[in-house]
Design a protein around this ligand. Structure first.
Ligand code: NAD
Length: 432
């Protein structure tokens, strides 16, 4: 059996590689390899059947040199402190590359949320805040929804925090429901952000957006808006999308001659990202194996579902016309596949740049909460475009100047920005 690499080991290996490229001082590297603070706590919840059940909770604050820690809270049965550490570290780099004034954090609870009633979920959310409220806040750590958590849960958490501190504090959690302090445009943010970076990349690789053809993996939040953006913003064609079918317990690829209609597919997808296969077949869609998206004759691939999809093996199957990979998902390309893409001169937009649209609009949400003034959706998306374009250009320029792969360039930009903030704050003198 292949041993799965520990996520935090991977985060440290990636950091060490770029630290070497940057010739980063060992003392600085020693600070950045580890989170600044870690909280591990127990959350007792009175279950509906009267039993008291105790859950394990975590919050890791990796680095707050550039601003309050930022990152989701995951409710997942296989959550571990090391996964949370890794994700918190990656959030530091994501916020830095997007150039938003936030650091990196992540939280979690070891629980399968589908086993909880609504009442139990609310108690667990409030319990998480009761354990952590002294260490989070709009000026020190701002959590958000992630796998297994929802805008409603952020609403309960924000309410619990506001009760404990004695004043309405919407900016302590982002990803709240619209009307409850949430931002317009958050739903579209990650997928459209992917497309803004794709548009910028196309300018450098001589790919006419109108003649571009893409295949996407996933048809959930990120992929739906990436597909819509690919067609409506860029004027390109989406050849196919692949998604997991919850009923058949397998993945399928949906394609149509002349390209799929993302808005139609959105009208027949459920909240878990499963397309209604029968309705698709009735409308003339071809339904094939879930892996076929990767082999489609396209020039753009947008993996926006799972990690580890483009591997040393599967990368051999991609179209010879492939020019661009836009990583909507986190970690979709393995290091082995990276080497092949690099060799074949395929342009890769790395995940923590490509999918930074979500955290960027979370930051906008906090700005709106602070001002108690809410922006129109157009204004949110316009500002998102400005941030994503600037982030892309900083990474592209660095990759050209240093003649390095885009993923390494993105790490270089991010690490440099965090180190500059640490230096400015005097953290490296040893007196702080
Ligand atoms: P989601 O749960 O809304 O959708 C996931 C999609 O992936 C579904 O359509 C599902 O059917 C599909 N899928 C699952 N297994 C599959 C398989 N074997 N083959 C093909 N499709 C499969 O999730 P999302 O919010 O769209 O997130 C997707 C990825 O993007 C994740 O890696 C997530 O961490 C990352 N991400 C999301 C956001 C965000 O704002 N939503 C932000 C940054 C990164």
């Amino acid at each position: 059996m292949v041993k799965k690499i520990n996520a935090f080991d991977m985060a440290q290996i990636q950091f060490d590689t770029v630290a070497k490229l940057l010739q980063l001082d060992n003392e600085i590297a020693e600070i950045l390899r580890w989170p600044q603070r870690e909280y591990s706590f127990r959350i007792p919840v009175r279950m509906d059947d009267g039993r008291l059940k105790v859950f394990q909770g975590f919050r890791v604050q990796h680095n707050d040199a550039r601003g309050p820690n930022k990152g989701g809270i995951r409710f997942a049965a296989d959550e571990t402190l090391d996964t949370v550490r890794a994700l918190a570290t990656w959030m530091t780099w994501k916020c830095a590359v997007a150039d938003i004034p936030l650091g990196g954090g992540k939280g979690g609870v070891v629980v399968d949320p589908s086993t909880l009633s609504t009442n139990e979920k609310e108690s667990l959310c409030r319990g998480w805040v009761q354990a952590m409220w002294k260490n989070i806040g709009p000026r020190n750590d701002v959590p958000a929804p992630d796998i297994g958590t929802t805008p409603q849960m952020m609403g309960w958490m924000m309410d619990e925090y506001s009760r404990l501190v004695g004043q309405y504090t919407p900016g302590v959690f982002t990803g709240k429901p619209v009307g409850g302090g949430g931002s317009l445009g958050r739903t579209e943010a990650t997928g459209y952000g992917v497309i803004y970076t794709v548009r910028e990349a196309m300018k450098h690789i001589n790919l006419d957006p109108k003649n571009s053809v893409a295949a996407l993996q996933g048809f959930g939040n990120v992929s739906q808006y990436a597909a819509i953006g690919f067609v409506e913003i860029l004027g390109g064609t989406v050849a196919c999308v692949s998604c997991y079918d919850r009923h058949d317990k397998k993945a399928y690829t949906y394609s149509k001659k002349g390209g799929v209609d993302p808005r139609f597919l959105m009208s027949i997808v459920d909240q878990y990202g499963t397309v209604d296969k029968q309705k698709a077949l009735d409308s003339g869609y071809e339904v094939t194996d879930g892996d076929k998206w990767l082999e489609a004759d396209v020039n753009v691939l947008i993996p926006a579902a799972l990690e580890g999809q483009i591997t040393g093996d599967t990368v051999k199957k991609v179209s010879k016309n492939l020019k661009l990979v836009a990583e909507g998902a986190n970690g979709p390309t393995t290091p082995e596949a990276d080497e092949v893409l690099k060799k074949n001169k395929v342009f890769v937009i790395p995940d923590f740049l490509c999918n930074a649209g979500g955290v960027t609009v979370s930051y906008f949400e906090q700005v709106q909460n602070d001002a108690n003034y809410y922006w129109e959706k157009d204004a949110v998306l316009r500002r998102l475009d400005v941030k994503m374009t600037a982030a892309f250009n900083a990474v592209y320029q660095r990759s050209q100047e240093e003649k390095v792969y885009t993923r390494d360039a993105a790490y270089m930009v991010a690490i440099d920005r965090v180190v500059a903030a640490m230096e400015m704050r005097g953290w490296l003198t040893g007196n702080a």
